[in-house]
Design a binder for this molecule. Structure first.
Ligand code: PGA
Length: 241
């Protein structure tokens, strides 16, 4: 049975104090959700520790936004798997388009980071997606298939989540049509050995479009950026019908 995973990617937002306030407000707006719906918050490293200890953190899983492929060493600014597991983190976002675009992340480094995550018992949330120019040139399928093939070398597909995030839909307010996202996610699934991998959609998800997105048969959850910063709005998304 595929897991439904509703994840909020806070990116570089929220101090420890703001994260705790969010948890409290979010929890009070959450409805009794079906047990197969998992809630994940991808918080900054600095907030993970106190969030894992918060009395309002029950039922919420934590994700980091990066992991290095080495266990330790001279890698200024990076973070290791052991540093994350100590904070009771379960997931780690790898290959987000912002990392690829601004921090030189490649399919090869994405692959190494995901292998490290799995070696530490963490589940990678592997992001793939095409840019607007690639989409306009009709290259979406080739781009996605290449990212999947290169990213998944030597990966254990029984411990993996994939997020399809078209770059042109991230933070722009332009959501990919639910039917189009469903189609691309079907193509992603056709490339996998394990057809039960949960595949999320990400890109301008909000409470006003969540029902339509989650009604698609191939879509197993969402990775929400901007709309996950507001506890009431994120609770509405998690509470989708
Ligand atoms: P957005 O971001 O929801 O703000 O478009 C999605 C993401 O980058 O994961």
């Amino acid at each position: 049975m595929k897991k439904i995973i509703i994840a909020g990617n806070w990116k570089m937002n929220k101090t420890q104090k703001e994260a705790l306030k969010f948890l409290q407000e979010f929890k009070s707006n959450l409805e009794e959700v079906n047990g197969t719906r998992e809630i994940v918050l991808c918080a900054p490293f600095t907030a993970l520790g106190i969030m894992s200890k918060s009395q309002y953190g029950g039922g919420i899983r934590l994700a980091a936004q990066n992991i290095h492929w080495e266990d330790k060493g001279a890698y200024t600014g990076e973070i290791s798997g052991a540093m994350l597991t100590e904070l009771r983190v379960n997931y780690v976002v790898v290959g987000h388009s912002e990392r690829r675009q601004y921090f030189g992340e490649t399919d090869e480094t994405v692959n190494l980071r995901m292998i490290a995550a799995q070696n530490h018992g963490l589940t990678p949330i592997f992001c793939v997606g095409e840019s607007k120019s690639q989409r306009d040139a009709g290259e979406t399928e080739t781009v996605i298939i290449n990212q999947i093939k290169r990213g998944l070398v030597n990966l254990d597909q029984s411990n993996l989540v994939i997020a399809y995030e078209p770059i042109w839909a991230i933070g722009t307010g332009y959501t990919c049509e639910a039917i189009e996202a469903n189609h691309i996610i079907g193509i992603i699934r056709s490339q996998l050995l394990n057809k039960e991998v949960s595949i999320q959609y990400g890109g301008s998800v909000k409470s006003s479009n969540i029902n339509e997105i989650m009604a698609q048969p191939e879509i197993d959850g969402v990775l929400v950026g901007g709309a996950s910063l507001d506890p009431v709005e994120f609770a509405r998304i998690v509470n989708y019908q």
